[in-house]
Design a protein around this ligand. Structure first.
Ligand code: C5P
Length: 303
């Protein structure tokens, strides 16, 4: 986080992918119980928060795939709602102007809107010297959206419940010896806007608890082995999204055909990612994705 004199802060809001996403059950409140390993990636929106008399938001995007007309009303924007919540909790009189330079595709399952809200929560905690602990900030984030707590916490996170239960992910002792590893990914967005409620609603059946999904991923990550991680990738929402949006299935197939070690949809889509060996392998894979307007090579945080 960069301090801008005493008048503001600039925060990078990192996108995420889900290395595993299991749907464990449907809840009374209409949400689903999940278990997911959420991993931030090196693609970010830049958020600048400056003191203001009135809350305001200004969003810019250089990439035409980010269609700002799909952003919805400013008062519904997750970043604005997060700012209002922080103002209320902190008993702050002044307002804040939020500037967002967007690079994370909208409706893409990479947590763009949630990452912005999380950055606002962390940024205002700093700007207004509120001194709230991460777990408290994550709790506040849950009031804004299910993906927000994990992104408030940052780093690789084990997310459970609706998304409100979050803790740093630990894949075992050997990770500490190795100092964590960063994985290379090719992210692809097929240019469709995936509706999270629709994907959850169209889930045909909920599978039985499969403990091996997380244990396989844990083992793969503790060994730091890309091939094993590629095999352990799992997202229970993929089939529903592939049915709803054939473009998502095509993007996944294209990544596989281009030679990615493993391919998975992120969150509820529409973005998919391919795990690759290294940056050069990422370049080779990306060069074969001519049909897609948007693809980037990115790295995960240390796991
Ligand atoms: O919490 P958020 O607003 O991001 O959720 C959007 C929608 O996604 C919810 O209204 C719900 O339909 C669905 N959802 C769910 N279970 C979750 C998270 C989201 O059913 N754990």
């Amino acid at each position: 986080m960069k301090k801008l004199m005493s008048i503001g802060v600039a925060v990078e809001a990192y996108a995420k992918v889900n290395f595993t996403l299991e749907v464990l059950g449907k809840r009374e409140d209409g949400y689903h119980d999940l278990r997911s390993l959420v991993v931030p990636v090196s693609l970010s929106d830049t958020i600048t928060l400056t003191k203001a008399e009135k809350t305001g938001i200004e969003i810019t995007a250089e990439n035409p795939i980010i269609d700002l007309s799909k952003m919805g009303a400013p008062e519904k924007n997750l970043a604005v709602r997060a700012a209002e919540l922080m103002r209320e909790v902190g008993g702050i009189k002044e307002s804040v102007h939020i500037k967002i330079q967007k690079r994370i595709p909208l409706g893409g399952g990479m947590g763009g809107g949630s990452a912005d809200a999380a950055a606002v929560i962390n940024g205002l905690n700093e700007l207004w010297s509120l001194g709230l602990e991460k777990q408290k900030l994550a709790e506040l984030g849950a009031q804004i959206g299910s993906d927000v707590p994990a992104l408030v916490l940052g780093g690789a996170v084990m997310m459970e419940g609706r998304g409100e239960r979050v803790r740093p992910f630990d894949c075992g002792g050997s990770r500490i010896e190795k100092g964590g590893k960063r994985y290379w990914l090719v992210l692809v967005n097929p240019g469709v806007f995936s509706s999270t409620p629709q994907i959850f609603k169209s889930l045909k059946h909920i599978q039985e608890n499969r403990l091996e999904i997380l244990s396989n991923m844990r083992l793969a990550l503790s060994k730091g082995n890309e091939e094993l991680v590629a095999k352990a990738l799992q997202n229970d929402l993929s089939d529903a999204a592939f049915d709803a949006y054939p473009e998502v299935a095509s993007a996944a197939k294209a990544l596989k055909d281009a030679g990615a070690l493993g391919v998975l949809m992120s969150g509820s889509g529409a973005s998919v990612f391919g795990l690759v060996r290294n940056y050069e392998h990422g370049q080779e894979v990306q060069a074969k994705l001519k049909d897609f307007q948007w693809s980037v090579i990115a790295q995960t945080c240390e796991i």
